[in-house]
Each structure stands twice: as C-alpha cells, then as structure tokens.
Design a protein. Structure first.
Length: 192
C-alpha cells in the first residue's frame, strides 16, 4: 500500500462521511434550536391567548403564568440543545474512529482488531509506519476523545483532562442562565 493510495482512500472514503456529518448537523439538526428567544415569546403568547380563563381570571396572573411557562420552555430547550451538542460530539468522535479503522479493511495487512483510537493509532504505526499523533489534527481528535468520554462517563479522568485543555467548555455563558431576552425585562405577552 503506497502513501498515494492511503491519501486517496482518506480523501475518497474517510473524509466524505465526516464532511457530511458536519454539514448536516449544522444545517438540519442544530437548526431546530435557532431563535429560542423568539420561540419562547411565541410560547408565552400562545399560552396567554389560549388560557381557559373566565370572568374571574386575572389577566395579570395569566401573564405571569405565561412568563413562567415561557421561561420553563426556554430552559428545557437550552438544556436539550446542549445535550444534543454533547451527543453529536461523541458521535463525531466515534465516526472518526470508525473511518480511521476502515482503511484496514482493504489492504494486505491484518485488519485492525478494534475501532478504539489507541488500537487504530498502533495499527497505523505498525502497518503503515504512520504516527497519527504526529499529524496536525491529532490534538483536536484527542480533545474530541476527551469530550466523547466526558459525555458518556460524566466526571472522571476525561472530564478532568478536558477541563485542563479547554476550561471554556465548562464555563456558563450569561445567555445560558438569563432566560429568554423577552422574559427578563417583564411581561412578554400581549395583554387582552
């Protein structure tokens, strides 16, 4: 197996699924979490407009409940978005592992026995003389491994390592705790 063959195989077989994963995640999956502030406003308005009150129902109370409903919906969606990003990061890492291991399927060498990154890395070194850890993207792949393991196993060695590498991933941004902009300043619904 020549270097040109490996390069072609990486370009033609390994990269397309990774590129498709990237493109489709942002275009299709994460797009569902766009405009959460505006959607929270819509939730509040719908709650307010459709509340089954009667002549004794105080519209101010309904507005407060609509705000509470909107904030609860927004918090749920922000949490769901972060959970989705976490799962997608873990999925991306495992796709990279699988694609790197797939190269061994059509060559004269013994197939890689597992898709675990360290085993795949050892296979490349032993069979192709390629030290994956010396390649520029390796640091990001290794960081992604820590992300995936932190997502799957929560607190532990990977999370500690990731906190050292990327403390910014563990910092809460103001937009994650403030609630929808429309709810922060007061009533977000239209009064009847």
């Amino acid at each position: 197996m020549t270097g040109a063959y490996v390069a072609r195989d990486i370009r033609m077989r390994v990269m397309p699924p990774l590129l498709a994963y990237n493109a489709n995640i942002f275009r299709d999956v994460l797009k569902a979490f766009d405009n959460l502030d505006e959607r929270a406003q819509e939730e509040a308005n719908e709650f307010y407009e459709n509340y089954p009150g009667n002549e004794y129902t105080d519209p101010g109370d309904v507005a407060d409940w609509a705000n509470d409903h909107s904030l609860s919906w927004w918090e749920t969606m922000v949490s769901l978005r972060q959970s989705m990003v976490n799962l997608l990061a873990a999925g991306l890492f495992h796709l990279i592992e699988q694609q790197l291991a797939a190269l061994s399927l059509d060559c004269k060498y013994e197939r890689v026995r597992d898709t675990k990154l360290e085993i795949v890395k050892d296979w490349y070194a032993e069979n192709l003389g390629i030290d994956l850890s010396s390649l520029e993207p390796w640091a990001k792949i290794d960081e992604l491994r820590s992300v995936a393991n932190s997502v799957k196993h929560a607190e532990g060695g990977s999370a500690r390592r990731l906190r050292e590498l990327r403390p910014d991933l563990f910092q809460i941004r103001p937009s994650q705790i403030s609630g929808p902009k429309s709810a922060v300043g007061g009533v977000i619904v239209r009064r009847r």
